[in-house]
Design a protein around this ligand. Structure first.
Ligand SMILES: Cc1cc2nc3c(=O)[nH]c(=O)nc-3n(C[C@H](O)[C@H](O)[C@H](O)COP(=O)(O)O)c2cc1C
Length: 183
């Protein structure tokens, strides 16, 4: 059976390049991976006071992540770090203490930016959290996708053959990573 991969997109923007990338990855993924975007924009801001009686959105999100075989993060860079909604989703999923939904889930990170350095800062800030969350994060290949404003056609398809073939290889490597790091 195909591995169940939760895709977390770090941008809430309707025309987000990262969402376009996430959708393109769903189509490029090998048959051994089933990618599903799980929304994070509806999650109330994490507040430890709510742990005793968590909002329904938190509970649904945590349960969905817990079921998954792996997690694929696709994120923009905001001020050289990850956007707040993504950090919020990470924090929501990580609690209550000792019951983190992320624990032991194999992960991979794709950062996408119109800028030339492809969201490198966000990609690596995110990796810092993944260490603490005990998520084995695929190291190679790395995916810092720059020039995103010129990457997609009107239907959201990746127009650049080199990028499409690179991302296909990335997903094949991730499939092997997930296979070798059971959640
Ligand atoms: C608050 C804010 C901070 C940003 N900071 C960065 C940054 O540090 N590095 C970068 O490459 N782009 C930065 N950008 C530009 C984003 O890469 C660009 O808006 C991109 O389209 C966001 O991704 P999305 O298309 O998936 O929404 C920033 C944009 C915003 C709104």
């Amino acid at each position: 059976m195909a591995k169940d991969i939760v895709v977390v997109v770090g941008s809430l923007r309707k025309e987000s390049f990262n969402r376009k990338m996430a959708n393109a990855l769903r189509e490029l993924a090998p048959a051994s991976l089933k990618l599903e975007i799980v929304e994070i924009g509806q999650l109330p801001l994490y507040n430890q006071d709510l742990d005793a009686n968590p909002p329904a959105e938190w509970r649904v999100f945590r349960e969905r992540v817990k079921k998954a075989d792996g997690v694929l993060f696709v994120t923009p860079e905001y001020n050289r770090s990850v956007p707040a909604p993504l950090k919020n989703a990470i924090d929501v999923g990580s609690r209550p203490y000792g019951q983190s939904a992320w624990d032991n889930k194999p992960a991979a990170v794709v950062s996408v930016s119109p800028g030339a350095i492809g969201g490198f800062g966000a990609n690596h800030h995110l990796r810092q959290s993944l260490v603490f969350l005990n998520m084995p994060a695929m190291q190679q290949p790395e995916a810092y996708v720059g020039g995103a404003d010129k990457l997609f056609d009107a239907n959201g398809k990746i127009t650049n053959e080199g990028t499409r073939s690179f991302m296909t290889k990335f997903l094949e490597a991730f499939a092997a990573w997930v296979e070798n790091h059971p959640a």
